[in-house]
Design a protein around this ligand. Sequence first.
Ligand code: ADP
Ligand code: IPE
Length: 268
Amino acid sequence: MIILKLGGSVITRKDSATPALDNENLNRIAKEISESSKNAKYGELIVVHGAGSFGHPYAKKYDIGSSIPDEEEFQRKRKGFCITQEAVKNLNSAVCQHLRQYGIPAVSVQPSSFVRTKNKRICHADLDLIKKYLDSGFVPVLYGDVVLDDDEAIKMAVLSGDQIINYLGKNLKPDRVILGSDVNGIYRKDPKKYSNEEPVKIVTSHEDLESTEGTQTVDVTGGMGGKLTELLQLAEIGVESEILNAGSPNLIKRALMGERGIGTRIKL
Ligand code: ADP
Ligand code: IPE
């Protein structure tokens, strides 16, 4: 089984204040997935995608996940939750459409309809349906979403695609976890701010790096640092992952076809 994450930085224009799809990238990546799967059977691939400009600006505007002091703020956040949920659902429709155009049996699985968090970490998510979809040859497509949180002080949380990857990885023990982002891998420092560096080949801890901030634009889920925290937890239980540049043609395809070490591997 392979779990593939498509970062919001790749499939959307993440620096946009309003939802903006990166059609060109999405189309190419859908094609690459279909080409890589010529000999493979579907039913062994799960796609998870980020929210990019469809989710972060709204989640930030409505401060989803911060404490709720009064009824007025509760109502404001509840409205923001609905707006964010709808926006990321629209992105998911676009992703599924592109995948289907290339013959991939993509089925949408909406996190906010089956996942609950407690203190922003997944505490309840029944994966039976996902397993059943896989058994039936579908490619389930999940995504960063807003979800209900059991902590009464916050009531709602932002669930990143990276935390979903962590949860699926722990529970399904995939052979490969591949994350496509807009950089060639993890660097010692943000490559968008510091040039002339190569990505680190293998990362085993946060200490291997100097800094891991998020994208320079709004990112409510922790950027590269948050991603690495999720992936290191997987590495601890023996599930290796790799971050590569999905913005560069054919890297997703090559990784899906079995190549390792294109970007940064996270393993102990
Ligand atoms: P995605 O949307 O693909 O899930 P994020 O935007 O959350 O990804 O994180 C990717 C961004 O993290 C990159 O665009 C990069 O600018 C930033 N970043 C910060 N620190 C680092 C680092 N040490 N190595 C690589 N990228 C980094
Ligand atoms: C964020 O998901 C979800 C919302 C903002 C609602 P991600 O954190 O996985 O999105 P990207 O990949 O960073 O854009």
